[in-house]
Write a protein that binds this ligand. Sequence first.
Ligand SMILES: Nc1ncnc2c1ncn2[C@@H]1O[C@H](COP(=O)(O)OP(=O)(O)OP(=O)(O)O)[C@@H](O)[C@H]1O
Ligand SMILES: [Mg+2]
Length: 270
Amino acid sequence: MPSLQPPSAAASPPPLFSMRDVGKRFPNGTLALQGMSLECGDHEFISFLGPSGCGKSTALRLIAGLTRISEGALEWPERPAPADGQRELGFVFQEPTLMPWAKVFDNVWLPLKLAGVKRDAAAPVIRQVLEMVGLSRFADVYPRELSGGMKMRVSIARALVTQPRLLLMDEPFAALDEMTRIKLNNDLLAIWREHRFSVVFVTHSVYESVYLSSRIVVMAARPGRVVETFGIEEPYPRGEEFRTSSRYNQHCMAVQRSLHGALGGQDIDH
Ligand SMILES: Nc1ncnc2c1ncn2[C@@H]1O[C@H](COP(=O)(O)OP(=O)(O)OP(=O)(O)O)[C@@H](O)[C@H]1O
Ligand SMILES: [Mg+2]
């Protein structure tokens, strides 16, 4: 019998995760998130952008399973089970949260150690992710010997060591100076392009979100909710040429307008 579905629909893989009308109310009554719907496919770069308190971290924590949803549905459709030592997702927090008593190598080993992988067996992949983030020469130093940007690189390496399909990043570069942030933006894009995982990235910065993302979810507060979603249909690799182009500026202005609308004209931090 002929299928009624168009071939492209039949062939498209299931999303990595999907959220349908997801809400989160905390026990104290705060409605942190309301009616959020989102599907994330393979190799997407999605940013959550919005003012303080709009539920960005809450949404990320719900996706990670660190907090339970109160309403709606959050699903991870059936996928082949990850191989040994692999995980569905990695999480990068705003603070690098490294163990000060452990060398860089051992900090990166931690998720594999917790999964029961011995240090020697983990060594090749640890070396590989340290190389990816440009820290090959720093495996044997302690976190206190590193700059803020280098600590964040260690934190990214630690999240990637389990080869996740999805990398969740909560304002990872907010505490860094502008030049370091730009460098880390470029390096993150290069790693993402080569290794083809998906990213959900939280930021306050319109400019950073447009530079990095294939899709931007603009959010507003009280209650936390999605206001508008933008597709940034610009080719990768993106570099200085894109950052200084009029198309980049047009995207930034459109996203900025949406954010201002959501804020009712208040000043925002970008
Ligand atoms: N554990 C909690 N218990 C009660 N309320 C919470 C809890 N965590 C967050 N909230 C509230 O939920 C709302 C959304 O918080 P969330 O941390 O998700 O915002 P955010 O967009 O990440 O803000 P920021 O940009 O400042 O990090 C806020 O009003 C916050 O006070
Ligand atoms: Mg937050």
